[in-house]
Design a protein around this ligand. Sequence first.
Ligand code: PHE
Length: 337
Amino acid sequence: MIDDIRAARDAALALVEDADSLESVSALDTQLLGKKGQLAVLKTQLGSLATVDEKRAAGQAVNEAVQVVSTALEHRLVELREAAVSLRVQAERLDLTEYVGKPTRGHAHLVTQAWERLEDVFIGLGFQVAEGPEVETDWHNFEALNMGEGHPARGEFDTLFVDCAPAGGEPGRTVLRTHTSPVQIRTMLTQEPPIYIVAPGRVFRRDTPDATHMPVFHQIEGLVIDRDITMADLAGTIEAFTKAFFGAGFTSRLRPSYFPFTEPSAEFDIQRPDGSWLELGGCGMVHPNVLAAGGLDPEEWSGFAFGFGIDRMAVMRHQVADIRDMYVNDIRFIEQF
Ligand code: PHE
């Protein structure tokens, strides 16, 4: 009997040893330690032994065998779980040793690079840098820019409204600024002319992202207010900027256009050395109503304004095919620049 018990135990241990999945361990648990298991069957036969001593010895042997097998099962379960975890860790592991010995240097975001270069060029032309809030009042974003309630041009801005109101703002009439032009108003209200500023910043429109659009993007605004400013000053400034930013081989032109806040208005294009034209932004002479909203007398002061997209400059410069690539922060993209 004792020999049978030992044989059953050893056979069970061998099976446990061979189990190679969590499922097979739990199947073995029932198979080896359940009611129909060999050890359980042997236990039912204890009664047939002749002496009390024999019964006690065999009973002890069966209990020990059950104990040993059940410990082995638990042990195997732990082993398999640990193996599964280390396999997963291995699979998810990042090989950072790849970078050892060749430290790489990070760099500013492509849009930041373009933003800073634009600032540098305009500072070189005598401009100062101004800024305004991204959460803006309806008044600064539209009304003061000659787009009163119900003005059709408002519809073109796909405006995002916010529930809260900033200090001084009316509840329910607060927007994420749709352009940097409200900085024109804020600057006129806080600075005495002459004014020569550029205002780079983040703007927002309710757009679905695609290869050429993002709901959050960047513009740079320019505003000049002085005495006797004419359209010729505007054209000359755009031309000077074009050469300073893009290079001597580039030139610019103005095309008639319409914006509520400038009159006359124009769109400006730049011509590449290969002769092709590229549309860059909007501009014009600051509308008298806008000067008045900024607290300036249109009889005394005149000026021009312009605005264009910064992200587009980065996309053009680096020939990025899909503007969305600039915002996912994939190291394989970033490292190319
Ligand atoms: N704010 C205009 C836009 O977002 C651009 C612009 C700025 C046009 C200044 C004229 C003058 O489209």
